[in-house]
Ligand binder design. Structure first.
Ligand code: CTP
Ligand code: ZN
Length: 153
């Protein structure tokens, strides 16, 4: 991308989540628990022109690397995204997402009677299906709007 097209400037250190499907940036921020209150420096591009995708969203979070749990949920809602770890202004690592088989501790179960909603010390656990996720404890299947079920602390 040439400099005159670069809408969000380069960052010294942190994580760039690139090639997010247009419209998903706010869900990505929700997954990362970014609500603007925690003082992190975050840049968001929405509907940015992209050679490969037409338009894309992009999220840059400074001074932070992502946990594997966060990467797992991201890969559910933004499987086409690329995660770039930036150190000293350079891309130090580039990670292409893969759909996980299972996500632990990051989604909440919509079934109010599920043991994971009973104040027991049980972490949520969902198997990933082709078209959704299934609670390991009560077998409830969530197919749509996974981002609405993210258990952000
Ligand atoms: N980036 C950044 N700050 C840096 C370095 C890179 O914000 N210090 C961003 C770039 O703007 C780009 C992404 O990180 O959006 C990946 O950078 P790079 O690998 O250099 O770009 P591309 O080769 O275009 O990546 P890809 O092949 O994944 O499309
Ligand atoms: Zn359940």
């Amino acid at each position: 991308m040439s400099d005159h097209q670069l809408r969000v400037s380069k960052i010294p250190r942190g994580t760039v989540i690139d090639h997010i499907r247009a419209g998903q940036a706010l869900n990505v921020l929700a997954i990362l628990g970014i609500d603007g209150e925690s003082g992190e420096t975050v840049s968001v591009g929405m509907n940015v022109p992209s050679d490969r995708m037409g338009h894309k969203d992009i999220v840059k979070v400074e001074d932070r690397e992502l946990s594997q749990d966060e990467v797992d949920v991201l890969s559910l809602i933004a499987p086409e995204a690329t995660i770039n770890i930036i150190r000293e202004y350079e891309v130090a690592e580039k990670q292409y997402l893969e759909r996980p088989e299972r996500v632990v501790g990051v989604l909440s179960c919509p079934n109010h009677n599920c043991i994971t909603n009973e104040n027991e010390p049980v972490e949520t656990e969902f198997d990933v299906l082709d078209d959704g996720v299934r609670c390991e404890y009560c077998e409830t299947i969530v197919r749509e709007d996974l981002a609405d079920h993210i258990a952000v602390e």
